[in-house]
Design a protein around this ligand. Sequence first.
Ligand SMILES: Nc1ncnc2c1ncn2[C@@H]1O[C@H](COP(=O)(O)OP(=O)(O)OP(=O)(O)O)[C@@H](O)[C@H]1O
Length: 772
Amino acid sequence: MSSSAHDTQRTDDIGPEQEYLDLLYGRLAAERAQAQDRLAASLRETGGTPQQRSQRESASSLYADRLAQLDAVSEGLLFGRLDLSEPATRYIGRIGLLAEDRDADPLLVDWRAPAARAFYLATAASPQGVRRRRHIRTHGRRVTGVDDEVLDLGAARASGAREDVTGEAALLAALTAARTGRMRDIVETIQAEQDEVIRSPLAGVLVVQGGPGTGKTAVALHRAAYLLYTHRAQLTRHGVLVLGPNDTFLRYISQVLPSLAETGVLLSTLGGLFPGVTARASEPDTVAEIKGRLAMTGVLAAAVRDRQRVADLAVEVDGYELRVPAERVAAAREVARRTGRPHNLARPVFLTEVVHALSEVVAERIGADPLGGENLLDEADLAEIRRELRDDPVVVAAADELWPELTPQELLSGLYGAPERLAAAGADPALYRADDAWSPADVPLLDEAAELLGEDTSAAEAEAERRRRQDIEYAEGVLEIAAGSRSYEFEDEGEERDEQLHATDLVSASRFAERHALADRRTAAERAAADRTWAFGHVIVDEAQELSPMAWRLLMRRCPSRSMTVVGDVAQTSDLSGATSWADVFEPYVSSRWRLTELSVNYRTPAEVMAVAADVLAAIDPALGSAPAVRSAGVDPWARRVAGPDLAAEVVAAARAEAAAIGAGRLGVVVPAALVDELAPALTAALPGVAVGEQPDLLNRVVLLSVKQAKGLEFDAVLLVEPDRIVADSPRGLSDLYVAVTRTTNRLGVLHTAALPKELSALETPAPALSA
Ligand SMILES: Nc1ncnc2c1ncn2[C@@H]1O[C@H](COP(=O)(O)OP(=O)(O)OP(=O)(O)O)[C@@H](O)[C@H]1O
């Protein structure tokens, strides 16, 4: 792709655009000052009815949000201008700014507003009322350049400009810029097919299938920003979840939404979706695959039933042994199970039944008529006996032995740690594990267990009530102190004194406690992160092909509205329990009511590398077509065979050369998982700033990582080591190889000690087209 006459860079237009940018920054500062004043005023106000208080709180959070928004866009505030045939001019930016005279046209149109859409969609063939589209490049508050496209079909044809790409020069600049280790937003150069996905309606399941580098991640994040803008009230209340494959990836994408002035989105991995558990342990892929099977629902249900035991129950109460036979315990269990309640909620029923049985034994012992008549105890006596038994810790402990209250963690570690429990639940013995380290594949199982066990919230409710009383007592104390200190503390401070007089004279302790109780100021995203049962307003899943059926089950529970955006590539699936067909994933939940859309252009990987990747893709599935690259890098990928003992030294030498070739960019050294530890010492000793480890820091210039870790990431250069082992390491090894070769934005080099996998044979003899 090259810049054309149709797409011109103009220097004489910088001055006027700079003036406009100055005007916008002036307006931004004024809006900021206004929001700050309003926030301060609303924070100063106190008192009023609960309704007034809550109105004030929402106003405060509105002003605080606006302030955060205005601060977030100080970089790259303005990036586009449309000259319309009406005639009129429209400036497009990261947020909208109104003129001081609110009736006048807005000074800046938010990129998500309908009025901005032509910026992304207008082409020479379909100009949508646009005469000229201008990309305005800025650095800080300075305009550094403008690129114009005149949307005139004749001119476009004459110049040979591409019609499938908008803002060619700006796009090219974005794509060839050195990577930084953090993904950047693409708001200035969103392409038409991406815009379509971003602005797709909120409802329903939207699946976005696309090859590597087609912008799936970028589009998913911009869609989150768009949906929050368009459905602000609804989505701020319920929250938006963005699910990514691992923590390194989440850090990689973490700047995109803040740079679009959106922060209320929960970014999480599957391992982070069970509050209170950090699930990062690794485990064999085969074990994770078993855990991901839908059959685990049956296993867990059986595991729960297995914890509801039947045996003779014997307790010593008041020096006497009371015994309930196993048959009676079995009957109690049956009554509790028949309630259909989850395990922990059915437990009180079981306890009641057991206590009933015990009370009969007691009644028999102390109330039996020695003359053989009716029992001497009446119903009130029996009720009293039952109450005492129920409160007796010995009785409760004995019942717990048979029907214990369980947390999901207790159920699961109890199951994994005992071969006999695994057998009783019909589970694969491979799930046996001695420690308690949770892996991401455990999270959907913990969630399933939580559903099966239910939570007895009565203790938590009692605790909440206790806290409320404590707060009131505390408030009473505060009021007393305030009353005492009034006379001397605020003598000369009229306003504050008034405020104190109100507090002590007019407000009861309970109202005071209520007013000063910490309001839940957390955002929906923060509250959602702490709440296992949170129902999100929208769920966005990236690298969705990797999720297991059990993981989908969890996600569907978190998204009862089924308002979801799912992006992925079934050709890149590496997890054994991942998906190879979207229909298989969604049909069980929404039957055929999901929409599939495809992204068709690869923005990341250059044509030279895609020529190699195409052979790998064909080996995965000949029916899959690869997305064509939007540009060439002008560098041929290379492969070099080296002797086994020299591998580490060769990797160091090649890494050094590649790092030098990319200047300020980033180099990814992608190796088979087993080689990471082996190569790390040599590489870190020889090159400064090499990142390696479970969560390597991508800001480093050189990163050593496995394919699994490299998923979703990109580097200016990729050095791929021992590709044959990557293929051999997993049944999905070819998909891993496909992921590895498509991580580069520019250069690809391969080092191998064994023969190259045949899918990379294009690297042995450079293809004629490339060597030309
Ligand atoms: N319209 C665009 N303008 C500028 N850059 C873009 C555009 N679309 C995509 N890109 C860039 O292309 C690269 C690849 O995008 P992204 O990571 O979203 O692709 P992906 O489809 O998720 O890839 P993969 O499946 O391989 O992980 C990123 O650097 C992204 O910023």
